[in-house]
Design a protein around this ligand. Sequence first.
Ligand code: SAM
Length: 212
Amino acid sequence: MAGARRRLVETLRERGIRDLAVLRAFDLTPRHLFVPSGVRHHAYEDAPLPIGSGQTISQPSIHARYLELLQLKGTERVLEIGTGSGYQTVLLSHLVAQIFTIERIPALYNQARENIARAGAKNVSMLLGDGTVGWREYSPYDAILVSAGGPTIPQPLIDQLAEGGRMIVPIGGLDQQTLKLVVRRGADVQIEDVAPVRFVPLFGTYGWEQQT
Ligand code: SAM
């Protein structure tokens, strides 16, 4: 699959991704191991794919833009909300010092745990639960990535952002959101609109009401 992975990296370059560390992370991460066998032949296309439990793994170019926006240097402690398949978690494992990742669906959490171990990532701590309340025990975080769309920015995540920390979070309706970049500067919180996006819903205490 190394050839297919190289072609994906070329596609990302053509789509404007310039951060060499981000491109290298894509080159090192075997996306075919994170998707169900039925869609494995599409693993290196720049397309979202189903991962079970009604959830999706995002398009690689979306992951890449997310990661570029965080302006990572390699020393960060990062909180990820919505582990999903664990693919983005493993991309992050090549880019930062430590990742704390939270998933609310047990089947995905268990599958992601296997996927992350198989990929050999050692700097990942996982939690099964509601990511909208964050993971206070290990806060503050230099960066927070939210991989599901909520109605408002969860206040606990703002509170758990370090001084100068950056968070990206899709906010809006259930079908369409705006990707927000949140930067914490002392008591000040700067919020910038980045792009229209479409993510699965962020359920939880500070997200959409959970479905029964
Ligand atoms: N980035 C992931 C990957 O690489 O596979 C895909 C993430 S998927 C678009 C969004 C994930 O967020 C889903 O797995 C969903 O179950 C999860 N999610 C939604 N609300 C959540 C919450 N409150 N806490 C934790 N995870 C949540």
